[in-house]
Design a protein around this ligand. Structure first.
Ligand SMILES: NC(=O)c1ccc[n+]([C@@H]2O[C@H](COP(=O)([O-])OP(=O)(O)OC[C@H]3O[C@@H](n4cnc5c(N)ncnc54)[C@H](OP(=O)(O)O)[C@@H]3O)[C@@H](O)[C@H]2O)c1
Length: 481
């Protein structure tokens, strides 16, 4: 069987790809917008087509000879109206799949009904309808899931952060809304099983474990974490206030928070029994077990994918961002390796951020993060996916990893709100570490910004390059980051 996975650099697609990599009965192809985001160890084991669903040639190439095609794409992060992009993307994909003679499209959308759906969910429903609109030519299996619980999922991060940070929660009305959470591993089991399941015609399959309210979800998560939490319901918290609450206490930025809160107002429960009828062998684990597994993966440094791996924008967020030559202002620091090996200095550079922080001037970094959050950016809260390891496309506080050349170069693209475009580059040469902040200012404000932060850069960046080398020397000596 020839399988195509789209969205293979996103939260669900990345994990589904790993599921299929362990199977020997199928050949796997990925349609990705940026092949650099695919782990080097995977590159030799799959076929890769680089492109997106807005280009007919890329779609035709990706779908040629394919039996089953997974559609795991959305454009929710786009600045332009994402509904239009979602619609065009689904139409292009369906038509190209029909042209290529694909037998089955498998799509994952959201639970909920049109009448009460949020704008985001409406777009997911419309996508499912478009993909399913030509049953005489192609079969579409449309899964619908509500809250997905897994390490790094947006919903889990919200619940975890709220529960861990707030002993007493003042909760809005929507916490009584019913939902049916499901473990990400169960979602993957359904998606993978659907590839070769004997199913006739189009089908909508609702998936979820036991129903519960958001309030129960938070209290049960607290229980799993060994915490006791109190919730005080008030009828006055508006969606806008709830969104501010989320951006303050969770890593979720304003745009995503408002979209999620809008969705919390209406029920997201299973409306058909197709999952039990046709996939009886899959028994979804309980919500508590899903939370426990997600926490264990976090503790064990085993997070496979995160909600912020993809921007879900109109284009890949780090495509062609590994070249800094467009920058016109630079702050360059050099520090001699002093005998440290390049490998260790590279490891030290790759361990920056997240809980490890950025060495000294912690308060300055925190303040920069807070300012970024307040103006709608990510702030520092995204942290990092794994301790000590980075891959291209990883979020790292308010940066995104734009390039990695093993033991040579680490390039971070700034995703903080800035009047311009910025990178931070670590280039390890034979005898020194060259650390450069590159900046392409936007107009006068960009220039003013750059010159106003120069004194802070002087403090922070001089220390940063020095500390990385010192940590590299320590790794050489003690063998530990
Ligand atoms: N995650 C959840 O909690 C959840 C819950 C219920 C349902 N779902 C559904 O599951 C599906 C996948 O969601 P996700 O959370 O995995 O999304 P995600 O993490 O945001 O990933 C989106 C993926 O789509 C790719 N992409 C976006 N636009 C594209 C285009 N035009 N052409 C080709 N690739 C494109 C992105 O590539 P880049 O990496 O280049 O940006 C990325 O790989 C969606 O339909 C979503 O509604 C998800």
């Amino acid at each position: 069987m020839n399988i195509l996975i789209t969205g293979a650099t996103g939260y669900i697609g990345r994990r589904l790809k790993d599921r299929f990599l362990s199977r020997t009965d199928c050949r796997l192809r990925l349609l990705v917008r940026n092949r650099n985001k695919v782990r080097p160890s995977v590159l030799g084991r799959v076929d890769i087509v680089e492109g997106d669903t807005f280009h007919k040639e890329a779609l035709d190439e990706a779908l040629q000879g394919i039996d089953v095609a997974y559609y795991l794409i959305h454009s929710m992060g786009a600045d332009k109206d994402y509904k239009d992009l979602d619609r065009l993307s689904a139409e292009n994909f369906r038509d190209a799949a029909i042209r290529a003679g694909v037998k089955r499209i498998i799509y994952l959308g959201g639970l909920g009904v049109k009448e009460t759906a949020s704008k985001h969910l409406l777009s997911r429903i419309e996508t499912g309808e478009i993909l399913s609109a030509r049953p005489e030519c192609i079969q579409t299996i449309w899964f619908r899931a509500g809250v997905i619980i897994g390490s790094g999922s947006a919903s889990f991060e919200i619940i975890r952060n709220l529960v861990q940070k707030l002993p007493i929660m003042i909760t809005p009305k929507w916490v009584t809304t019913m939902t049916q959470p499901i473990a990400v591993d169960d979602v993957l089991s359904y998606l993978a099983a659907a590839a070769d399941k004997d199913l006739t015609g189009n089908m909508i399959i609702d998936i979820g474990a036991s129903p519960m309210s958001f309030r129960e979800m938070m209290l049960k998560a607290a229980n799993v974490m060994g915490l006791s939490r109190m919730m005080i319901p008030v009828p006055v918290l508006s969606p806008r206030l709830s969104s501010y609450w989320l951006i303050l206490f969770t890593p979720i930025p304003y745009k995503l928070a408002t979209a999620l809160v809008e969705g919390l107002k209406s029920e997201t429960v299973v409306l058909n029994d197709h999952a039990t009828c046709f996939f009886a062998e899959i028994k979804p684990v309980s919500y508590q077990d899903a939370v426990l597994k997600a926490l264990k993966e976090m503790e064990g440094n085993q997070i496979l994918s995160r909600w912020c791996d993809s921007s879900g924008g109109a284009v890949c967020d780090i495509k062609d961002q590994d070249n800094t030559s467009s920058a016109i202002l630079r702050d360059c620091r050099e520090y001699p390796l002093g005998g440290a090996s390049r490998e260790s200095v590279f490891r030290a550079a790759c361990s920056l951020g997240g809980e490890e922080g950025w060495f000294h001037y912690h308060l300055l970094w925190q303040m920069r993060g807070l300012i970024d959050k307040l103006v709608g950016g990510y702030g520092l809260n995204r942290g990092r996916r794994a301790r000590g390891r980075l891959r291209i496309g990883d979020s790292l506080d308010f940066w995104k990893v734009a390039d990695i050349k093993e033991n040579k170069r680490l390039l971070l693209l700034a995703q903080m709100k800035l009047p311009g475009k910025a990178w931070l580059e670590f280039d390890i040469q034979s005898d020194k570490l060259v650390q450069t902040a590159h900046f392409l200012p936007k107009g006068l404000w960009g220039r003013l910004y750059w010159y106003s932060v120069l004194p802070l850069h002087h403090l922070v960046f001089t220390n940063l390059s020095r500390q990385i080398v010192l940590r590299g020397q320590k790794i050489d000596k003690d063998g530990d980051a």
